[in-house]
Design a protein around this ligand. Structure first.
Ligand code: DX5
Ligand code: ZN
Length: 225
């Protein structure tokens, strides 16, 4: 059973010079969560936002869930700092920590929901011994690091397989997909089994955020009836 669909605009594609108002606009335009991409120029070849920016968004008045996607090494202190800075959910890559289980515990102990991220070549077997303690599985449909990349088609097979794992587990776990989601492919992603959709460039680089998000919702509606 899929959860009600969530659209999570990725602020990686926002105009950082006016981040507060950009986030406000994407939420007023129908976005549900704020997808917050954290990159350290080491785990991935790009450098973006830290906990201080998350705190600034909360102080600015953003109340929607902040969905932190950690693409860094040394995640221990970042987990606690992001929790203090107002993160709602923190997702981590198994390759970024030698101790996936204890990193998940740390996220939960700090009062956040926990997600595990599968890169395009990461096996779904990674989920086997952590599935009972996570709130979300994030399937990367591009190699992480940059917005605006092309959706990797083979991700649809992985989405179907993970949907089956989640349904079999009967646990309340969201299935999120991140990378290259557009108006052209969002319906296929929904039909494969996703319920949480990250989209950066399609939302922020388009002409009309409200129109884009509304069209996305219309395209996925039939998958949840
Ligand atoms: C990629 C990031 C994504 C990215 C998605 O490493 O994790 O969240 O911003 O952007 P689009 O939708 O442009 O592929
Ligand atoms: Zn992301």
């Amino acid at each position: 059973m899929k959860n009600k669909p969530i659209i999570a605009p990725s602020i990686l594609s926002a105009d950082f010079a006016s981040l507060g108002s950009q986030v406000d606009t994407c939420l007023r335009s129908g976005g549900d969560w704020v997808h917050f991409d954290v990159m350290d120029n080491s785990f991935v070849p790009n450098l973006t936002l830290g906990p201080m920016v998350c705190r600034s968004l909360r102080d600015y008045g953003i109340e929607a869930p902040i969905d932190v996607h950690l693409m860094t090494y040394n995640i221990g202190n970042l987990i606690t700092d992001f929790a203090k800075a107002g993160a709602t959910l923190i997702s981590i890559h198994p390759e970024s920590t030698p101790h996936l289980d204890s990193s998940i515990n740390l996220i939960k102990d700090n009062g956040c929901k926990a997600g595990v991220v599968l890169n395009p070549a990461t096996s779904i077997s990674t989920l086997e011994f952590v599935i009972n303690k996570i709130d979300l599985v994030l399937i990367m449909s591009v190699n992480p690091g940059f917005g605006g990349q092309k959706f990797i088609k083979n991700s649809l097979n992985k989405i179907r397989k993970v949907r089956e794992i989640i349904d079999t587990s009967k646990l309340d776990i969201r299935l999120q997909v991140d990378g290259g989601i557009t108006l052209e492919n969002i319906q296929n992603v929904a039909e494969a089994g996703a319920d949480t959709f990250v989209s950066g460039s399609a939302i922020f680089k388009g002409k009309d955020m409200k129109k884009t998000i509304t069209e996305m919702r219309n395209l996925i509606r039939t998958s949840y009836q």
